[in-house]
Design a binder for this molecule. Structure first.
Ligand SMILES: [Zn+2]
Length: 452
């Protein structure tokens, strides 16, 4: 794998580069996973030439928030997020998640990652914070195994909850850990898997679940470890906890995080729909990233982020599916369109909204920046050959090819892509995951989820 390939005569190459170039009828030469040349009529002896005259090619999507362990509770009649209070919902799902074990993590990760790959995702982050006595702590290890087998880049977020229920946590006590053990396991994972080099396939993120469910020292020690190990930090923020935080600490969550050093260039937060305008400025000035998760925001009926203003303020924006207990799917292409539709809903009141293409950039270059990577996210020379193709000879796309940049968010592509490539290796093509036996995996996964 990782030999040389030419993507020949591409109908349209949407690069998402700094000049927003879209090229027609060009070739892309890839060697050892890296884009070496983009131009007309590239003539080189290579291992493979792929005729792309009927394809639009986009940079691979980067997912910046998810909880793979929730994948096996999709479409359950007793979990209907829009119709439940948050407390009813939490009490329901966490009772179920106490049955999770290593195998369930492996197969639910396989399931979620397959969905992501089939819809153009080439780098996935997961926020794994479900640790019980039954599950043990080797869960990110099993996720690394799954991602490695599929061939996708994977950033594993080691989460935790440390505060007991009686002190205001929303998590059941037997999903609780202590800060010392958590930090020790983060260290173990970082030493074993964290790779910050160019074209890295594996990364580890220190990711306490959320401030409301943790002791203060969990966040402080996370910041210290991130500094010592040059790792990134992630948590949930501004998703309905601010009143409770104010009651407990006399301040809002963002200020609380800032005081503990849990903010800055190596940090990103999920959701943030509670942020106020002055907090947008704080996010921008500290270069803290924001992962917008449109699906749970709609299902939960939460306020719609003002992406136009956030973009104008310079906040680093990316897109996430979020866990399947609030999404029911792991399709980031679907989230691109939903995010766009949500912005258009308020466009007249807000004096306009971001372009459809801006949302695609959030899901590509924005995601790369959020994960601290300058080697992926756009298609230019020197970047990884992480990309996906869609076939223009599909009747449902006829009449829509005027503007490939905006196509994804405006049309909504819910079907599988033609192929997905990571580091020059095709990992999905014509409906088939090329590195694993999908039928076998699905059979096992279908047996396992019933145990939940
Ligand atoms: Zn989440």
């Amino acid at each position: 794998m990782n030999g040389s390939v030419i993507l020949k005569d591409i109908f349209a190459l949407v690069t998402c580069d700094s000049n927003d170039n879209v090229y027609n009828s060009v070739d892309v030469f890839v060697e050892n996973g890296e884009i070496k040349e983009i131009g007309k009529n590239i003539d080189k002896g290579v291992d493979e030439v792929i005729d792309c005259s009927n394809y639009i090619i986009y940079p691979g999507l980067v997912n910046t928030h998810h909880h793979f362990f929730q994948t096996f509770v999709r479409n359950r009649q007793d979990i209907n997020y829009p119709m439940m209070t948050v407390i009813e919902w939490l009490d329901k799902i966490y009772k179920i998640f106490q049955n999770i074990d290593e195998d369930m993590i492996y197969y639910s990760t396989m399931t979620a990652l397959s969905d992501l790959i089939k819809h153009g995702c080439t780098t996935a982050f997961d926020h794994q914070y479900c640790y019980t006595k039954k599950s043990g702590t080797y869960l990110i290890d099993r996720q690394m195994e799954a991602a490695g087998q599929l061939g996708i880049r994977y950033h594993g977020g080691r989460g935790t909850n440390t505060l007991p229920r009686e002190k205001g946590s929303t998590i059941p006590d037997n999903m609780r850990e202590n800060t010392v053990d958590f930090i020790k396991d983060c260290e173990r994972l970082i030493d074993k898997y964290n790779d910050n080099s160019k074209f890295s396939m594996q990364n580890v993120v220190i990711a306490p679940c959320q401030p409301i469910n943790c002791y203060e020292d969990t966040f402080i020690e996370s910041v210290n470890l991130a500094k010592a190990k040059n790792a990134r930090l992630h948590t949930h923020l501004g998703e309905g906890e601010n009143d409770q935080m104010f009651e407990r600490w006399g301040k809002r969550t963002l200020e609380w995080c800032e005081e503990r050093g849990f903010i800055g260039e190596n940090v990103w937060y999920a959701h943030c729909w509670e942020l106020e305008k002055d907090e947008y400025l704080k996010m921008a000035s500290t270069k803290t990233g924001l992962s917008h998760c449109p699906n749970p925001a709609v299902l939960g009926g939460f306020p719609i982020l003002d992406l136009k203003e956030l973009k104008e303020q310079g906040v680093i924006l990316s897109l996430g599916c979020d866990g399947s207990a609030t999404n029911d799917g792991s399709n980031l292409l679907d989230s691109v369109r939903l995010a766009y539709l949500m912005q258009t809903f308020h466009s007249k009141q807000r004096g306009g909204c971001v372009d459809a293409y801006d949302i695609l950039k959030m899901a590509t270059v924005g995601g790369a920046k959020t994960l601290g990577r300058d080697d992926i996210g756009d298609l230019s020379v020197g970047k990884a050959a992480d990309l996906f193709a869609i076939d223009i000879n599909k009747l449902e796309l006829s009449g829509s090819l005027h503007d490939p940049k905006n196509l994804i968010a405006r049309l909504g592509l819910t079907g599988e892509v033609k192929f997905t490539m990571v580091g020059g290796n095709t990992i999905f093509k014509d409906g088939e995951l090329l590195n694993v036996d999908e039928i076998k995996l699905a059979e096992k996964a279908n047996l396992l989820y019933k145990k939940l």
